[in-house]
Design a protein around this ligand. Structure first.
Ligand code: 8YV
Length: 309
């Protein structure tokens, strides 16, 4: 039996129902897990809905979890692996769109595109005159926190903008030509633009600290398309307000959905509502991959895109 924890999207929801006869947990009574948990062998979920230790404990015969989204901080991956349960997410298919958005935010923050747009709409172009000068993008130094699949896609785009790229992460990546920087603070001090592309969860919480933001400095730009938790948001707000950080482009925030007033009031911030993967093409590919992972598991007991232990 396949248990679907929460709605995923129209395509996945339909296929899971048609091909797997998915039980939709959100449409069942609260007692469903206690009564039927032992019948469940497959779970479909999303990074939004997650699959934590409580649900795992209620599913003694579970064999595989297929989750929508590349993030897995809301899934108990360690607990699942310890029980021999395979876990799949939806990597690869969203790399381009998330990297594209990182560049959109970088450019919007550096060239102040949203502010310039408001300037024209408010009639200031004609009334006040020329818009203030902004920051050049091409040829600058690009720092990337987390050179995974998405970080690498961001780096590749940087080469097209004639940038030197360096990165920080758990360690140097084999076969990578970009320079590895063992200290995030040193990377921030070196680069003009710092893009956060690492995993979320406790291991990366507040890696971008007040110290790192100060190293990035009053002309530096921070872009975050990863998780709000990676950035110390209070420190970020303080740095932006004081002009100790140049500007920021943020697709993810702590406490999302929604943004604190302090950020919404800052002119040197560009905000998007966690839409890195949110294009028709990529969302369809992510939904298909959730189903394809389950099809593969049902066929031969393997997943196409498993999370490695
Ligand atoms: C989603 C994501 O846009 O895949 C992920 O981990 O963060 C994104 O693809 C996000 O989960 C929407 O809430």
């Amino acid at each position: 039996m396949l248990l679907q924890i929460a709605p995923i999207g129209p395509l996945a929801d339909r296929l899971l129902s048609e091909e797997f006869g998915a039980i939709r947990l959100w449409e069942e009574p609260k007692s469903w897990l206690t009564q039927h948990g032992a019948e469940v062998e497959l779970v479909a979920t999303s990074v939004r809905a997650g699959c934590g230790p409580e649900i795992l404990a209620a599913l003694p015969r579970l064999r595989a979890i297929s989750s929508w989204g590349v993030g897995h901080e809301t899934l108990d991956v360690a607990g699942a692996h310890a029980r021999g349960i395979s876990v799949a997410t939806t990597p690869d298919v969203l790399d381009d769109c998330v990297a594209d958005l990182a560049w959109g935010l970088l450019m919007a923050a550096a060239r102040r595109i949203p502010t310039a747009d408001r300037y024209v709409r408010a009639g200031q172009w004609k009334e006040v005159g020329h818009f203030p000068l902004t920051t050049k993008v091409s040829g600058k130094k690009l720092g990337i926190l987390g050179l995974g699949r998405i970080g690498a896609a961001i780096a590749r785009r940087g080469l097209g903008f004639a940038m030197e790229v360096r990165y920080h992460g758990r360690g140097p990546k084999p076969g990578v030509s970009y320079g590895f920087e063992p200290s995030l603070k040193d990377l921030a001090a070196w680069c003009d633009f710092l893009v956060v592309a690492c995993e979320g969860g406790p291991a990366t919480r507040h890696l971008v600290s007040a110290e790192v933001l100060d190293a990035l400095g009053p002309r530096g730009i921070l872009v975050n398309i990863a998780r709000g938790s990676v950035v110390d948001q209070e420190a970020l707000i303080a740095a932006l307000q004081a002009g100790r950080l140049g500007s920021a482009g943020l697709d993810v925030l702590q406490g999302e959905p929604g943004a604190p007033l302090a950020l919404r009031q800052q002119d040197n911030v560009v905000l998007t509502p966690h839409v890195g993967s949110a294009t028709h093409e990529t969302r369809e590919a992510m939904e298909r991959l959730v189903v394809d992972n389950l099809r593969a598991f049902r066929r031969d007991g393997t997943l196409l895109t498993p999370v490695r232990a």
